[in-house]
Design a protein around this ligand. Structure first.
Ligand code: USQ
Length: 394
């Protein structure tokens, strides 16, 4: 299948190119290489060294034996996107090309507005380019479990049955996001659903949990095929940050009580799920929603898990509570469904402990890079506005 990856240079985009190519798909993609700039802007660096675009393309040719059509371009530039689609004629379009950080979007007005403009406009451009240049293509759009927020009831996969004043309907489940970034994803979901309805676009909206890990089998031993791993307060997620903190002897930074719950998924299984969605497209005009995660944990359970796995390789880890820079519930109910991918044949291949262990060992070999940028480990971006470094509270 011809698969276009928007955001092919990113944490997920690059491994997906490697994964799909190994499965025999023809891959092309675009990226403005902004992730590299954002991470530098907030003082961070990828904990694992990553290859340049040119090195990645050369490795792809040597390993997969094919020229990868990886263009540097802006997805908010419609002429660029439409031209690419007209030439490549994608059968599937995977949209991973967005600004993915909640704290980055909460920094100030400029970052909030830029995030929403970039994410909403580029998603609209992909929808229009499918309509005008590749109408049969299937859009696999990366949404997030965070779109649902934390309601006190179970979370279905996108839609639920409602009875109100004696009448019944099947309606989109409410979205109550917790950051300007997550809000941008809510708007994208609504726009994608609408485009599917009016133009007959086939779409899969993936509500993905937090992905962790660094390796997939198809990367083999070639370091140029590896992906990035961030640990700064914006682009490092709690789980990846905890692993980086563990290997340099920095206490794990638990915000507040750590009672927030999330669904987690190893990188290799995220690739498997995206592959299943691509290889099993919905019918024309169908908009379907997949909740994509494996295990749900609270952040404090997660910190204990990292501590336990680190102890198994003789790394002693301390957990500390910091005042929470975010506005979020200390504790909440969390019970999302995750049946659609299982129905398509999804089977977890990696258990969390073994992935954490492999990640810790890989990071240990790169601890100098983390130590040199340890300043970015303490958060200072406040949901209420302004900057103030969090302090230890327990
Ligand atoms: N947290 C800590 N300590 C840290 C970092 C975070 O306790 O050092 C807490 C946060 O307060 C929050 C939770 O951990 O309650 C998760 O934060 P996170 O930064 O790991 O993840 P989040 O902001 O939810 O966003 C991440 C990705 C985003 C994706 C989302 C999936 O950055 O792109 O959409 O995970 S989900 O969380 O399911 O919405």
């Amino acid at each position: 299948m011809r698969v276009f990856i928007a955001g092919i240079d990113g944490y997920l985009g690059w491994p997906l190119a490697v994964y799909l190519s190994a499965r025999g798909h023809q891959v092309a993609g675009a990226d403005l290489l902004l992730r590299r700039e954002w991470v530098a802007e907030v003082g961070g660096i990828s904990a694992l060294p990553i290859a340049s675009r040119e090195q990645r393309m050369a490795a792809f040719k040597e390993v997969a034996g094919v020229e990868l059509d990886f263009r540097v371009g802006d997805l908010t530039d419609y002429a660029f996107v439409k031209r690419f689609f007209a030439e490549f004629q994608p059968e599937a379009v995977v949209h991973l090309g967005q600004m993915p950080s909640a704290p980055y979007s909460m920094m100030d007005r400029a970052h909030c507005v830029w995030t929403q403009q970039n994410n909403i406009v580029n998603n609209l451009n992909l929808l229009w380019a499918i309509k005008e240049a590749a109408p049969d293509a299937h859009l696999i759009k990366l949404g997030t479990m965070g779109e649902y927020g934390t309601p006190a009831i179970d979370i279905p996969e996108g839609f639920f049955d409602v009875e109100f004043r004696g009448r019944k309907d099947r309606l989109p489940f409410p979205r109550q996001a917790g950051s300007w970034y997550h809000q941008s994803k809510v708007h994208d979901s609504h726009n994608t659903h609408f485009a599917s309805k009016i133009w007959g676009i086939r779409a899969t909206d993936i509500m993905q949990g937090v992905v962790f890990g660094t390796r997939i089998e198809a990367m083999g031993a070639d370091p140029r095929l590896g992906t990035r791993l961030d640990f700064d307060q914006c682009f490092g997620t709690a789980i990846n940050r905890f692993c980086c903190q563990a290997v340099i002897g920095h206490p794990l930074t638990l915000y507040g009580l750590g009672g927030q719950k999330r669904g987690f998924l190893p990188l290799a299984d995220s690739m498997q799920c995206l592959g299943l969605a691509i290889e099993n497209p919905p019918g024309a005009g169908e908009y379907r929603v997949f909740n994509q995660f494996e295990n749900a944990y609270s952040i404090s359970e997660l910190a204990c898990l990292v501590q336990e796995v680190a102890a198994s390789i003789d790394i002693a880890v301390e957990i500390r509570r910091y005042d929470n820079p975010r506005a979020e519930m200390e504790e909440h109910y969390y019970n999302p469904d995750r049946q659609h991918l299982i129905d398509l044949g999804y089977q977890p291949t990696h258990d969390m402990r073994s992935v954490l262990k492999a990640m810790l060992l890989e990071l240990l070999a790169n601890k100098d890079r983390i130590e040199a940028h340890a300043d970015v480990l303490i958060p200072d971006i406040r949901w209420g506005g302004g900057r103030k470094r969090s302090e230890v509270i327990g």
